[in-house]
Ligand binder design. Sequence first.
Ligand SMILES: [Cu+2]
Length: 342
Amino acid sequence: SQTERRPAAPVLDTQAAEKHRLRLINTSVDSHMLVKLDGHSFSVIEADFIPVEESAVDGWLLIAIGQRYDVVFEANQTSGNYWFRAEVATECGSVSNGNGRAIFRYDASDTSTPEDTTETPPTVECIDFPTIPYWKQSVDKDDFAQQAKTLSTGFGEGVTVNGESLLLWHLNTTAMSIHWDKPTLGYVFNGSTSYPQEYDVIEIPNEGVWTYWVIQQVSGSPPITHPIHLHGHDFFVLGHQASSTFDASSMIDQLNFDNPPRRDTATLPASGWLVLAFPANNPGSWLMHCHIAWHISEGLGVQFLEAKNQIVLPDEGQFTSQCSSWKQYTANMAFPQIDSGL
Ligand SMILES: [Cu+2]
């Protein structure tokens, strides 16, 4: 059985009255995770590397795929051995084996194993733990009202890769697909703007401007939670709602512009919307994608080509020689591209 093949739970030492900081990351491909330490409570102090006001977790902490939390706990219980548990949040997506276990041990000489109880985590809403950034920053509501753009996401017709046409996830109505030997920065290097449609390039020409994105699950798409991750930035999470269509004219007051959560991975609820903002303060080509590995493999992403005139490019000789080495390699590579390339 699965249990018999499971390796022994790792043991982590602690001592009475010690405080510990745990850096938690959900590295899974397809499962939202719930974690807890029996008999102890966690305080969240950081979300995706953003320091936040200390906030107690009531029981299990939900971690979406790709998210990180730093939590603190105090060894304030009877000296002994306690299970640290990681279980799959079954209502938030696909279910693989749960029952991840470690042991926190107060006394190195007490090597007993805690009683092997199974705990089924409670049913959770698949939304992010609410955080308040420690360093306060606000977002301009009027600017949002004027500039917000919608990126619709769903499941539908896709693109052809190596002769196979695929049904794909899309964001911004296009399933993203990249040709490995034609990087976006190559277009920038050549001064070309003829990006293929499937590159799903969204240009943000000017450095310093704020951008606002309503990510909307289109009606009829499968009711699935997507963890949305942005490279190169922390975004401001202005709001989210499951089973809903965002209407800026009537729902803007549901958004939080006053020091909203700031992070780089946030949950797009099933059949609903997620509203994000970020300033274009990092020139480059940056991917925003669903962190479910299969979904970005199937195209659920866009790229922001940000302040391209400010991007520091390599010199021509270096660029040309590296591209030509890469093309030689890809001509005979053992594992050719079979998906979005991402
Ligand atoms: Cu997804």
